[in-house]
Ligand binder design. Sequence first.
Ligand code: PLP
Length: 397
Amino acid sequence: MPGFEWLGQEETDAVNEVMQRGVLFRYEFDEQRKGIYLVRRFEEEFAAYTGAKHACAVTSGSTALKVALASLGVGYGDEVVTQGFTFVATWEAILDCGAKPVFCEVDETLCMDPADLKKKITDKTRCIVPVHMMGAQARIKEIMAIADEAGIPVLEDTAQSAGARLEGRHLGTFGAMGTFSFDSVKTLTCGEGGMVITNDAELSLNASEYQDHGHDHKPVGRGNEGRRFVGMNFRMMELQGALGLAQLAKLDRMVATQRRNKAALKEAIARVPGVSLRQLPDESGDSATFLAWFHETPGAAERFAGLLAEEGVPAIPWGKNTWHAYPHWGHLHAGSTTSKNGWPFARPEGRAEYGPAALPQTEGILSRCLSWQIMLGWDEAKLKQMTEAVNRAAAAL
Ligand SMILES: Cc1ncc(COP(=O)(O)O)c(C=O)c1O
């Protein structure tokens, strides 16, 4: 998922242009900026790209989640169902809103298991946050059907999957809102940055006001605006807007390159005895940031990981990952917080408890899973070397 590999003259020129103009800020400076609003243009172009009616740029994928949850009215007393395989930001944002994250198992899509989602919905559930992990789709149609029947809005955490689609429709546009990250390792990167998309005008207005301290943005001049609610500062800078526009113009080419590189390795991995590939609801819409596969047992995965490492092509063992795997979120299990009174784990109605063994299906699936991040810069020689390494590792099994 690395857009940083393709940072080039376009990005340099775009950033230099902002510096020469001297307007680093998305609001105000109307005279100096001569009608040029890059963050606003990035929002418009990103909305057009995804097919969403509205987009709101923010500082990160984490704050995009916070802004979207706040826009949906999520707060204390609410539960939000998300999945036990995601980056910690997904549930940090839920806790930051005062709501309680409820964790759902993932299945072999490496995304939310709809069967377990049904079991996790209660009369307190105010939002469902499936995560389109590693460049590809959750079973979003099944998740939407369950959510619609229960009358609960869906926020799609699409941080890892810009450019991915399901049956031609962009991920992030199925639920009430979708969020994206443009951090250092994403296919589209601004260094740091995020986006919230929605088709709902009211949610869009909430997001646009919330990320700027609640200011209502009426044309009365900065400092004279009213506010419907308290917000915070999650404003994107013009420098990031400039980078985002340059990278967005490359996004489909980056996805096509990732898909070509992934396809070259997929066949070799699929031939390894005992291996099955990650399930993809729609392979044609995969943004191909990762190739992920399963072995029959955790021991077999560990053995193959060792052989790949010896061949100089190490794979990521997700079962051991402390950033993304529920069983290894020790600070969540311990309820560690900077707050002296224990918030957000200590609550008036009782402590929010998260046992490390609460998601056995997720733990089992992740312990059998290995993957490679697909790079843009791999050439034919590199792909051949990797394929031969896989073949030798498979023969040594
Ligand atoms: C699934 C998921 N959600 C949210 C985020 C947070 O994005 P950011 O790093 O831009 O805050 C990430 C970042 O990796 C992510 O993978």
